[in-house]
Design a protein around this ligand. Sequence first.
Ligand SMILES: CC1=C(CCC(=O)O)c2cc3nc(cc4[nH]c(cc5[nH]c(cc1n2)c(C)c5CCC(=O)O)c(CCC(=O)O)c4C)C(CCC(=O)O)=C3C
Ligand SMILES: [Fe+2]
Length: 375
Amino acid sequence: MSHPTDPTPYDALLLLSFGGPEGPDDVVPFLENVTRGRGIPRERLEEVGQHYFLFGGVSPINEQNRRLLAALREDFAANGLDLPVYWGNRNWDPYLTDTLREMVRDGRRRILVLATSAYSSYSGCRQYREDLAGALAALEAEGAELPRVDKIRVYWNHPGFLETMAEGVVAALEKLPAEVRGGAHLAFSTHSIPITAADTSGPEPGHGDGGAYVRQHMDAVRRISEAVREATGVERSAELVYQSRSGAPHIPWLEPDICDHLEEVHARGVPAVVIVPIGFVSDHMEVLYDLDTEAKAKAEELGLPMVRSATVGTDARFVAAVRDLVLERAAAERGEEPARCALGDLGPSHDRCPVGCCPGRAPRPAATGVDSPYA
Ligand SMILES: CC1=C(CCC(=O)O)c2cc3nc(cc4[nH]c(cc5[nH]c(cc1n2)c(C)c5CCC(=O)O)c(CCC(=O)O)c4C)C(CCC(=O)O)=C3C
Ligand SMILES: [Fe+2]
């Protein structure tokens, strides 16, 4: 990671995340924030509410982000990168609009955003951009002088993400009983999304192939599997599977579901499984409930030895990757041609989303793309 430590033209980094409840009274209002206008059936909401209540109404996601915020500040200071770091959420306190207002008050004029989502999709990229546009609109209505806001490229193929995930898989394999380790299958799990959302994800519409969302995940699956094979000398079966399906039952979402997949590989005679949560950057509720509770219970029911590998969380290499991405983008904005770290076959993603990238169901203004109303 070779960029000099000059963040010019940026004067602040904003860590932008999903947000989550921090007590039982927060759960229902949080779910209302998340699902406003999204057509989620009431039964699904009640069910998801129960996942949170099982953990005292507390999602670990905010605590994870507080730790990431601290780790980024520490890493930046230790490496001579003089750039203040703020944190805001789409769906819970600290809300994005409040953080952005604070940043404007602090005099920040050129803000770079890191979203805690590594892949292209409506939910993972454009929705964050739409909420940024909404926050800017709110500040504009308050008479604030608007800052310019850019978003860091999707980073699933940055070595600091892929290598950290691969090392997590190697460590997870060590936790399996030695006699099943060699035959252990890798189940790479990510968030299911509607198939139409997958097919239209990324800058060019896919044609029934799952679009950039599936392509990027497959690229990560190949690269991580290869790194694990190099580290262990064992060739293993690997598959991309999905979790946390929501929405109305008649709308098709990406499959297979992780729990169906566990049944399938068990029937196939696989002796053990490592679940690799490649779709997520920290151990939030989707990991804690859908994998560590639900999928774990399924594996136990089947008598299938299973371990879940780590998310990147606050791993020093992931934190250093964020610094690298910040400095890369700063250099690009200065008109330089920085090295762009990326593994796998797809190469580094675009800095600025083109028109129509990851479209939503209804057109809404989105910031940070080429057609941002707040250039
Ligand atoms: C691709 C993707 C990511 C990964 C990218 C990223 O990280 O952003 C992600 C992350 C997350 N999703 C989260 C929570 C929820 N997602 C929901 C609903 C939905 N997610 C979707 C997709 C994604 N979601 C979709 C297509 C829906 C259907 C509704 C809609 O079309 O918008 C619902 C509503 C109830 C339900 O239906 O499950 C909840 C509560 C949390 C917080 C966890 C915590 O509290 O720790 C996190 C990190
Ligand atoms: Fe979600």
